[in-house]
Design a protein around this ligand. Structure first.
Ligand code: SF4
Length: 164
């Protein structure tokens, strides 16, 4: 059964002591973004720790073999569901290099990690072409829909929420 798209509050409402939660590594302060920056959310981390969550960081793009820094990339149309289903590709924005395999490998790695640690919940970074949940980059702008890794996690039954 497909996972649910949740708000952060809905997802945190499902976290108890010992609940395993995947979290985008950049939200945990790791400098994994394409531009070498992070998006640390200390308040989120504090809330997860107070609830007793067991946090597993994931960075699908790095898990797929992409470096930091790396060129910005997006699909030309559709969203991550289309990429995960093999209907669309992902290209670097400036040079048009096809990086689909890295994005798909990274999405698969996120699912494998969820299965390995038995996580049913993930908190991801909104708008990322991998981690976006309700909004992702495609075709030169933002479109409604998940990034590639979020699409893969949802398809695997993991419920996801995004930090803006
Ligand atoms: Fe953060 Fe996800 Fe981008 Fe990695 S792929 S830097 S975890 S938003």
């Amino acid at each position: 059964m497909e996972g649910e798209v949740l708000t952060i509050e809905q997802l945190l409402g499902r976290v108890q002591s010992g609940t395993r939660v995947l979290v985008s590594a950049c939200l945990l302060g790791q400098p994994t973004r394409y531009d070498g920056a992070h998006r640390e959310d200390a308040q989120l981390l504090d809330r997860l720790q107070k609830l007793g969550a067991i946090i597993t960081p994931i960075c699908p793009e790095m898990a797929g073999g992409l470096p930091v820094p790396r060129p910005a990339a997006e699909s030309r149309q559709g969203d991550g569901r289309d990429v995960w289903a093999g209907r669309e590709q992902v290209f670097t924005v400036e040079s048009g290099v096809d990086v689909t395999k890295a994005f798909v490998d990274g999405a698969r790695a996120a699912v494998t990690t969820a299965e390995t640690v038995q996580a049913r919940l993930a908190i991801l970074q909104e708008r990322s072409p991998s981690c976006g949940v309700q909004s992702t980059h495609s075709g030169g702008g933002l479109v409604d829909g998940p990034g590639v890794a979020a699409a893969a996690l949802l398809a695997a039954g993991i419920s996801v929420a995004a930090v803006n």
